[in-house]
Design a protein around this ligand. Structure first.
Ligand SMILES: CCCCCCCC/C=C/CC(=O)SCCNC(=O)CCNC(=O)[C@H](O)C(C)(C)COP(=O)(O)OP(=O)(O)OC[C@H]1O[C@@H](n2cnc3c(N)ncnc32)[C@H](O)[C@@H]1OP(=O)(O)O
Length: 302
């Protein structure tokens, strides 16, 4: 059922004109990060995939500058890359990281949630749900190599991964800061955080919209490891080797056992969740808050 719904959304996404235009990037010869049987890098305008077939691993680099905000196009490209890797028996794990210096992801794209028509909000929210479901339930081992700041949707994306390595830079804060924008993290954002750091820590973090610097993030459990910036990728690779040493079927079934109840909750309430989102985001007060927040971000420079 989950898979069928997921496939429908993905197929619809692939049928969009701009998605049809996506082609394997005429890339460098990979892998860029170790290994070496000369398999080509591939991907799409906003997602670069560096395969290391010898290791069974691909590095997926988000490159939607300036801040890797999770726009509709970007989410669709991410899903397409994930799907390709899942369908290729060569790969057992992916390392999700950023190609934008200092930014893992700025979270959901605020321009997708401001001043648009309700139909757009429906389409956008479906893509956000789908991305969460596909990453959260992926059979692959997914490790986040977090090499930049990671608020809200950026934090959520990393929480779908099996393991998080964060670069030790005080600027690289991470957390679900939705309340600071005058919006509310949906129940499945909250559930993902609860599953990672527990109920009480989530309650505090979400109400206060906390963005944790690395040491705090490690203490509370939002990330699993904090390492010097130049060791994030190599650490993610050695952690990956550990995870890939476990018999795959047993690991996959265990992942499903742990995560399916949380995913099922969204799957059974998916349409209601879309309606809730659209109603909420269409409110004048919410639109005003989001516009004001975007303006504040833009004025920061001037
Ligand atoms: C009851 C249930 C209802 C459901 C409610 C809805 C729930 C939806 C949940 C939302 C989750 C989210 O993810 S909302 C997004 C939250 N993100 C943030 O708060 C991060 C905002 N950005 C920043 O703090 C900073 O940009 C940065 C720290 C990430 C980077 O700082 P830096 O100084 O390097 O860059 P700039 O700030 O100058 O930004 C450059 C450029 O990017 C634009 N920008 C930044 N973030 C976003 C974004 N999330 N979406 C769209 N655009 C973004 C910024 O405005 C600048 O644009 P200009 O170059 O045009 O000025």
């Amino acid at each position: 059922m989950a898979l069928a719904v997921g496939m429908r959304v993905l197929t619809r996404a692939l049928l969009r004109p701009w998605a049809r235009g996506l082609r394997v990037a005429p890339g460098r010869t990979g892998p860029a990060a170790g290994g070496g049987d000369g398999m080509r890098c591939f991907g799409s305008p906003r997602v670069l995939v560096e395969p290391d077939p010898a290791a069974g691993v691909a590095v997926v680099k988000m490159r939607n500058p300036p801040v890797n905000s999770l726009s509709l196009e970007f989410l669709t490209e991410l899903l397409i890359s994930l799907e390709k890797l899942e369908n290729d028996k060569t790969f057992h794990g992916i390392i999700l990281t950023s190609d934008c210096p200092g930014i893992f992801s700025a979270g959901l794209d605020l321009t997708e949630m401001c001043g648009r028509k309700p139909e757009h909000y429906v389409e956008y929210w479906k893509a956000v749900q789908e991305t969460w479901l596909r990453f959260y339930l992926s059979n692959l081992v997914v490790i986040a190599a977090i090499n930049g700041v990671s608020p809200a949707g950026g934090c959520l994306l990393s929480l779908t991964c099996d393991y998080r390595v964060l670069a030790n830079n005080p600027k690289y804060t991470i957390g679900l800061n939705e309340t600071l924008l005058g919006i509310v993290a949906p129940f499945w954002f909250k559930d993902t955080m609860v599953n990672t750091i527990g109920h009480r820590a989530t309650e505090r973090a979400l109400q206060l919209g906390l963005l944790f610097p690395p040491a705090e993030a490690l203490r509370v459990g939002v990330v699993d490891q904090v390492v010097p910036e130049d060791q994030v990728q190599s650490t993610a690779r050695s952690v990956m080797a550990q995870w890939l040493a476990i018999p795959d079927h047993a690991r996959q079934l265990t992942k499903t056992l742990m995560r399916k109840p949380t995913a099922d909750r969204l799957l059974t309430e998916r349409d209601a969740d879309i309606q809730t989102f659209v109603r909420f985001i269409c409110r004048d007060s919410v639109q005003k808050s989001l516009h004001a927040y975007l303006e504040k971000l833009k004025q920061k420079k001037g």
